[in-house]
Design a protein around this ligand. Structure first.
Ligand SMILES: *[C@@H]1O[C@H](CO)[C@@H](O)[C@H](O)[C@H]1NC(C)=O
Ligand SMILES: *[C@@H]1O[C@H](CO)[C@@H](O)[C@H](O)[C@H]1NC(C)=O
Ligand SMILES: *[C@@H]1O[C@H](CO)[C@@H](O)[C@H](O)[C@H]1NC(C)=O
Ligand SMILES: *[C@@H]1O[C@H](CO)[C@@H](O)[C@H](O)[C@H]1NC(C)=O
Length: 277
């Protein structure tokens, strides 16, 4: 019985091997690489002054981002500053978020100056993501060219990481704006906590969310740049409470202090929500 069963099985083999398994997507065997744009495009609506400022701001953004990434590469996820902002969150996500900002294909990624959606008239607006009107485009309003600061000015003007807006510098502001773009944030980097205290708390209670939180990625980049590059010391960091763990279910709307509202910076999210930092 066994011998004949084996014989029957053997007889089936050539037939089954003769039937090729069809891959579901035969086109995946060879794909052309898309045209690659290394740099963000500055739109022709920007005049020379604006274009030069945006180019400087973009260079600052890459410097800030590259340093934050290098810090994580070198010190790893056990580093206390890493843990302050990301807790037990996966450092592969943090490294990848910064990497994608710097290296993703910038085809179609555009900064423009023509206020095409008519939003810049609103008080305090320094720019906005164009959302459903053009998902890879960002308008930078006139106010940005007047009061956004450059990396050389880190730790000046009374800035400190804890109490100032996470978008105080042009570089970290553009980091935020670029993370909104589908090609850079992949729709995964978003808003889970906003001010410094809430971001520190998010790291303690939900590291998985912290590594995808725009403001955590900004605060961390600002923190390591302020200390290591600008050499601003503790005065440039400010004071924060790293002890008490707040229960994750607690909403702390009352915790907002007036300090970060001084320089309102607003933009509109895809769902129409206006976000001011
Ligand atoms: C492969 O891709 C080309 C171009 O996108 C398309 O025209 C063609 O039908 C595809 N072939 C198969 C077998 O899916
Ligand atoms: C560019 O536009 C800004 C804002 O309108 C203006 O202040 C500046 O003088 C312009 N620069 C040039 C070179 O035209
Ligand atoms: C998209 O364009 C419409 C019409 O111009 C405008 O009302 C709306 O605010 C724009 N959306 C954004 C996110 O700017
Ligand atoms: C962490 O945050 C994410 C995103 O908000 C949420 O889906 C998840 O349930 C949270 N996990 C815990 C343990 O709170």
């Amino acid at each position: 019985m066994i011998a004949s069963a084996l014989f029957a099985l053997a007889a089936l083999l050539p037939a089954s091997l003769a039937t090729p398994i069809k891959p579901a997507f035969s086109n995946l065997s060879k794909r052309d690489l898309k045209a690659y744009a290394e740099e963000v495009t500055v739109h022709s609506s920007c005049n020379v002054t604006q274009t030069r400022q945006l180019r400087k701001a973009l260079a600052d953004t890459f410097e800030l981002t590259a340093f934050a990434q290098e810090y994580v590469y070198r010190n790893g996820p056990s580093d206390p500053v890493y843990q302050l902002y990301f807790g037990d969150g996966d450092s592969v996500v943090v490294l990848g978020a910064y990497e994608n900002l710097m290296r993703s294909n910038k085809e179609g990624v555009l900064l423009r100056c023509d206020d095409i959606d008519g939003n810049c008239v609103q008080d305090g607006w320094r720019g906005h993501w164009r959302g459903e009107n053009a998902t890879e485009e960002t308008v930078i309003c006139d106010l940005s060219y007047i009061d956004r600061k450059y990396n050389e000015q880190f730790c000046a003007f009374g800035y400190n990481v804890v109490n100032s807006s996470p978008s105080y510098y042009f570089s970290t502001d553009l980091m935020h704006r670029l993370f909104h773009l589908p090609s850079i944030g992949l729709g995964k980097i978003g808003h889970f906590a906003d001010d410094h205290a809430d971001c520190v708390n998010l790291a303690k209670t939900n590291g998985t969310a912290a590594v995808y939180n725009t403001h955590s990625l900004q605060y961390f980049a600002n923190h390591v740049y302020a200390v290591e590059v600008a050499e601003g010391g503790e005065g440039c960091i400010g004071e924060y409470d790293s002890s008490g763990i707040v229960a994750p279910t607690t909403t702390s709307a009352a915790a907002a202090s007036g300090t970060s509202s001084a320089a309102a910076s607003c933009h509109t999210h895809s769902d129409g929500e206006v976000h001011c930092v």
